[in-house]
Design a protein around this ligand. Structure first.
Ligand SMILES: Cc1cc2nc3c(=O)[nH]c(=O)nc-3n(C[C@H](O)[C@H](O)[C@H](O)COP(=O)(O)OP(=O)(O)OC[C@H]3O[C@@H](n4cnc5c(N)ncnc54)[C@H](O)[C@@H]3O)c2cc1C
Length: 388
């Protein structure tokens, strides 16, 4: 049985189309783009044409929404080609979900049709220079001013924010609220006077897609920029959005892990040592067996969380487990792929060094794995165990 058998024929076609795109268009150019740290304009244009930016947006808003398991498998395919491509549509999907779940009808109509085609791309801005894990301690404020808000503060590590026209900004509309989360809101922000993309951050991997610092200096947002039109709901709204974000990051990890396994499996059959293909040396065969086993477990965990999300259930714990396990698995697989490639694993003429640089992001991003463990533990207690 293939993994794709869980999908309808239409959804299988979507995943297979993206798989072909990756094999034919991405794989041949990815090494060069990654090493030159070049924004993949042409590939992003093709992704728009394939409808990838509309995969979370229903038809009535111009998209072609697929189920969460299908979305996860599409993301895995993209990340198998290049994690940066999957990253470029991750935050976009979270913002689409935020609009769908919490936006006013006017906000949905304003943004979703253009987001579905990729004409408007979106990102989310949570993390600040002072910290990303402790979001309630954030310092960015949006104070009521006339019939809108005056925004001041700074955000950091915001993916694709130079090119995203829409930024879902987490900020404090009531900095004195207790508990602090009651004073947090989401503003739908666009580039304009008072918002500066102040720096592109240099990084280990995740090349080609910009990660930036944003400075808000008396930036004016209209009143109708407030997501859902109600203040003080932003923290809960973003936590819901992050359930999708964490599934997406888990799927990115699956893609990187699968690429590393595929390359290592091929190399282990070609490369000979002591008169036989290296996979026949038990140590190398064991690596491959462990890599395939853990990747399969990670994929099943991720698909389980995705199907729970599809059923409309709360999946903070399940998505957290998937993100935690899949990202640690991808890191281990990438390391073992380096081992199997011997000296060539350290060479920039092979792809495994890229997997090794890209894998750690999934450990840190969308809430670190330490934070995932906190979420899982508190949900275990709150729900009265795993099977309660
Ligand atoms: C390439 C890249 C892209 C990113 N894209 C975005 C984006 O688009 N939007 C966005 O908002 N953010 C983005 N981020 C930021 C990312 O989400 C944060 O880096 C992450 O949440 C951690 O925050 P921090 O870096 O401030 O670490 P800190 O919060 O300072 O944490 C430092 C360490 O302390 C640990 N720690 C902190 N609190 C606890 C606790 N309660 N229990 C246990 N351990 C704890 C952490 O796990 C970590 O190991 C991106 C990051 C990177 C690297």
């Amino acid at each position: 049985m293939s993994t794709l058998d869980i999908l309808s024929a239409d959804e299988r076609f979507v995943v297979e189309t993206v798989r072909d795109f990756v094999n034919e268009e991405v794989k041949p150019v990815v090494r060069e783009l990654d090493h030159a740290d070049t924004y993949p304009e042409a590939l992003i244009e093709q992704m728009k044409r394939l409808g990838i930016y509309g995969l979370a947006i229903p038809e009535e808003y111009g998209g072609n929404a697929v189920s969460m398991p299908c979305y996860v498998l599409v993301t895995e395919e993209l990340a198998r080609g290049w994690m940066s491509l999957a990253g470029a549509m991750g935050g976009h999907t979270v913002v689409a979900k935020l609009l769908l779940h919490f936006g006013t009808e006017e906000q949905k109509r304003r943004y979703l049709p253009k987001m579905a085609t990729g004409e408007i791309r979106a990102t989310m801005a949570l993390t600040e220079p002072g910290g990303g894990s402790d979001l309630q301690a954030m310092r960015t404020t949006a104070r009521k001013d006339g019939d809108g808000y005056l925004v001041n503060g700074s955000k950091t590590w915001i993916t694709n924010s130079r090119r995203s026209r829409l930024i879902a900004l987490l900020c404090k509309t009531d900095p004195d609220a207790t508990p602090a989360h009651r004073g947090i809101s989401i503003l739908l922000v666009e580039h304009g006077p008072g918002l500066t993309v102040s720096r592109d951050l240099p990084k280990l991997g995740y090349k080609g897609v910009e990660s930036c610092e944003l400075a808000f200096d008396d930036y004016r947002a209209p009143a109708d920029a407030l997501l859902g039109g109600v203040e003080g709901k932003g923290f809960g709204q973003m936590m819901k959005g992050l359930e999708t974000g964490r599934l997406q990051v888990a799927a990115r990890a699956l893609g990187v892990g699968r690429a590393a396994l595929e390359d290592a499996l091929a190399y282990a059959q070609e490369r000979e040592a002591f008169g036989k293909p290296i996979w026949e040396h038990q140590s190398v065969g064991n690596y491959l067996a462990d890599m395939a086993t853990s990747l399969t477990a990670a994929r099943q965990l991720t698909l389980y969380a995705a199907s729970e999300a599809e059923a409309g259930r709360r999946v903070d714990m399940e998505a957290g487990m998937a993100k935690l396990f899949a990202s640690e698995t991808a890191m281990q697989i990438a390391l073992n792929a380096v081992r199997i490639h011997g000296g060539y694993g350290y060479s920039s003429e092979f792809d495994v060094e890229r997997y090794f640089r890209d894998a750690p992001l999934m450990i840190v991003g969308e809430g670190t794995n330490e934070i995932q463990r906190n979420v899982i533990a508190s949900q275990l207690v709150k729900r009265g165990g795993l099977d309660a």
